[in-house]
Design a protein around this ligand. Structure first.
Ligand SMILES: [Zn+2]
Ligand SMILES: [Zn+2]
Length: 448
């Protein structure tokens, strides 16, 4: 058992202790009194944050359908007296809090969407929601914890709104739709319109912003611990489509056909050598997985063609370009060897690598550590992807994980994000809210 339930009071005590140390050592950088104010405000707001999280959890909405959630957020931000924009990049909501003193502009981001899958947590506020996904009715569940993200950022927004007069600059609260994927299927040309973070960037949400912060809740880090790293944190991802064209025939006489099933099988095996034999993995790791193969209708018929889909994960743009080239050559050449033809395409969307710039990471770390009561650790790279990377392409952005395994569960064994059993420790919601607010205030107080 590595996780112990961290009470909010204990965390607050640690913070207070850390702050009193910091107030002498780093007075120019961090406003300790301001951070203490944040902590006091967040503690008061905790029951509301938990209520919001449960309400959103019980009413999850799929990517691009976050209408109720967006309304809840917009109403809240308006009540706080913010300038609120809705319908940004789809159902996105942006609240702008102009501080009483001049200064920089910093953004905090939360994603709002849920996943098309069942929930099996047994929670009293478990989702019973259903929606339409790719033409089918599906259950909808907040199994990635975005309900927690929204509730934490609503809490941070209220805490910071309460100290508006002394805020040196502007905080933008970005509530983003469709992080999990495109809300629509590709059109006839294989393209999908921009969605999620990219759509919000295209709508100009970062126009005046100098830095952006965001977090992801996880059950697989110790409770109340921030996990971060400088440089590549989460993988970039590309979808792989391979169409293997053979020549159909009778299963009893394969010599008169070109068997795309065997060619596709060889392609799948051949692709395993792209990472293990063809990429310089001493630089960064990479992953290629073929997760879908479709071909054939009957045991004794050789079909005309086979469709395959997979994913490429990389942490470096040069390696990504190299992998895209190698996948294409490997698939085409192997298929050609048996007289078949492989057509390879990627997309329709690609998530860039989530990378924390070294300078912003270093500058933000003291505030993160203070807000976390010292519990911030460097974590290994994560092969999952995150479209926070779209914001980081435009402005320096810092992304980190917040450990919140369910009470009494070992964080190494707790059901991960996207599991039907995924659950969190709500005691960590105020910790996350406090860290977001602290990072924003710290950024506004910093000279760079
Ligand atoms: Zn997710
Ligand atoms: Zn997520």
């Amino acid at each position: 058992m590595h996780s112990s339930p961290t009470s909010v009071a204990l965390a607050a005590g640690l913070l207070t202790a850390a702050l009193s140390l910091a107030s002498t050592a780093q007075a120019q950088v961090l406003d300790a009194a301001g951070l203490q104010k944040i902590d006091a405000a967040i503690q008061q707001l905790t029951p509301k944050i938990v209520t919001w999280r449960r309400d959103i959890h019980e009413h999850p909405e799929l990517s691009g359908q976050e209408v109720r959630t967006a309304q809840l957020v917009a109403d809240h931000l308006r009540r706080l007296g913010m300038d609120v924009q809705t319908g940004v990049g789809g159902t996105g909501v942006v609240g702008t809090l102009k501080g009483g003193l001049p200064g920089k502009v910093v953004a905090l981001r939360a994603d709002m969407d849920a996943l098309p899958m069942p929930e099996n947590t047994g929670l009293p506020f478990a989702s019973k929601a259903k929606s339409s996904y790719l033409g089918k009715e599906v259950p909808v569940t907040h199994s990635c914890g975005h309900d927690a993200h929204v509730a934490m950022l609503m809490g941070a927004a209220e805490a910071l709104a309460g100290m508006k007069a002394t805020l040196p600059g502007t905080v933008k609260f970005i509530f983003q739709p469709a992080e999990e994927g495109a809300p629509v299927e590709p059109d006839a040309s294989g393209k999908v319109p921009s969605f999620g973070a990219k759509a919000m960037v295209e709508a100009g949400v970062l126009k005046d912003v100098q830095a952006i912060y965001g977090l992801h809740i996880t059950a697989n880090l110790p409770a109340g611990t921030a996990g971060y790293r400088s440089g590549p944190l989460m993988a970039g991802s590309d979808n792989i489509h391979i169409h293997v064209e053979g020549k159909g025939g009778h299963g009893s006489s394969p010599w008169s056909a070109v068997d795309p099933i065997v060619a596709a099988s060889q392609v799948v095996l051949g692709l395993q050598t792209v990472v293990s034999r063809q990429l310089n993995i001493s630089k960064e790791p990479a992953v290629i997985t073929i997760g879908q193969i479709q071909g054939g209708t009957r045991y004794n018929i050789i079909p005309d063609n086979v469709e395959m889909m997979g994913t490429l994960r990389t942490f470096d743009e040069d390696m990504r370009q190299e992998a895209l080239k190698r996948i294409t050559t490997t698939a085409e050449s192997i298929a050609a060897a048996s007289g078949a033809k492989a057509k390879v395409r990627f997309g329709p969307v690609a998530y860039p690598v989530t990378t924390n710039p070294a300078a912003l990471t270093e500058a933000s770390l003291p505030a993160l550590k203070l807000a976390m009561g010292g519990k911030a650790v460097v974590i290994p790279k994560v092969s999952g992807s995150e479209d926070f990377s779209e914001f980081q392409k435009v402005v320096p952005g810092f992304f980190y994980f917040l450990g919140a395994p369910p009470k009494g569960k070992d964080f190494t064994k707790a059901p991960p994000n996207h599991s039907p059993q995924f659950d969190i420790d709500e005691d960590q919601l105020p910790v996350g809210a406090r860290s977001l607010a602290a990072l924003a205030v710290d950024f506004l107080h910093r000279s760079k």
